[in-house]
Design a protein around this ligand. Structure first.
Ligand code: SAM
Length: 292
């Protein structure tokens, strides 16, 4: 699997096939354990997380993420070829298959109309030093992002623009929460993600030879002014409430601002990140579009 795919090492070539079980009661202990993954404590204790929906499950498997268990709708299984394909792949990869009632799926997904498949996967992060922007790639750095929807949207946007990784600095929201995974629409499986303390990030920054652009409400440079092309770039985005911390801002080569009119104090973090990513990738995306 390529670095770009972002997933962990490919699955073992020979694994014992997973077990198949039928589960109809929400009080089944297996269901209880899986439901605990909706909470951060459950995810931290097990190293597992949930991905809902057939598309996400297949995206994860295609990218080489290790599946522990697949829950599928027992009622929808006979009529859905895709569900059957996912179930077969899960069992072949060594994951357990749980054929569940709609009630069980709804309890795990915490939704009235659950999707027909929910995967339980092993969490995977890339060490910061292993994120490779290449000669002219982009890394997105988020300083204490707190909102799961913002983080999910940033991962999705970073994926769409071909960013080479996302770095979560300091006390960030859990990227493996149900809400974040949902908001990524599968991009969590495609973009390598690293987590670092502020101190570790600042040490990495001192070794990073590319351009570090911070976004700041008091930035003195228009966000379109820097030359982002032809070199590795790290875009640093601030916290939703507090903005970019002082030490983080001080570590940037330049602080840019996206011009605004009107009464809004600032842009939403995910919107600002989207504008920045597409500006920084403008020349690369133009070339990619021209060769299509
Ligand atoms: N009250 C915060 C402040 O004063 O920085 C607002 C934070 S804003 C909601 C979250 C982040 O989005 C900012 O730290 C910055 O990274 C980015 N951002 C939002 N609007 C921006 C703008 N007009 N120019 C540059 N960055 C912006």
């Amino acid at each position: 699997m390529s670095e770009r795919a972002g997933g962990p090492a490919a699955m073992k070539p020979t694994v014992a096939p997973g077990r198949v079980k039928e589960v109809t009661s929400v009080s089944n202990p297996i269901v209880k354990d899986i439901r605990a993954l909706a909470l951060k404590k459950g995810r931290d204790e097990t190293g597992l997380f949930l991905a809902e929906g057939l598309k996400l499950v297949l995206d994860a498997v295609d990218a080489g993420w290790k599946m522990e268990t697949l829950l599928v709708s027992r009622a929808r299984l006979p009529e859905s070829e895709l569900l059957q394909k996912a179930a077969a792949r899960a069992v072949a990869s060594g994951a357990d298959l749980l054929e569940c009632s709609e009630k069980v799926l709804a309890a795990v997904a915490r939704r009235d109309n659950p999707q027909g498949a929910i995967g339980v996967f092993h969490r995977h992060l890339t060490p910061l030093d292993r994120l490779d922007p290449g000669a002219d790639g982009l890394l997105v750095v988020l300083d204490r992002v707190r909102d799961p929807g913002n983080l999910g949207t940033v991962l999705r946007t970073a994926d769409a623009a071909g960013a080479r990784g996302v770095v979560l600095v300091g006390d960030c929201v859990d990227p493996f929460s149900l809400e974040t995974v949902r908001a990524t629409m599968g991009s969590i499986f495609a973009v390598p993600m690293a987590r670092a303390s502020e101190e570790a990030f600042l040490a990495w920054r001192r070794r990073f030879a590319g351009l570090v652009v911070g976004t700041h409400m008091k930035g003195d440079t228009d966000y379109r002014a820097p030359n982002y092309a032809g070199r590795p770039v790290a875009l640093v985005m601030g916290n939703e409430q507090a903005g970019l911390g002082e030490a983080m801002a001080g570590a940037c080569d330049t602080l840019v601002r996206i011009p605004q009119v009107g009464k809004a104090d600032s842009l939403n973090l995910a919107v600002a990140t989207g504008l920045m990513i597409f500006e920084a990738r403008r020349s690369v995306l133009k070339l990619a579009e021209a060769s299509r």
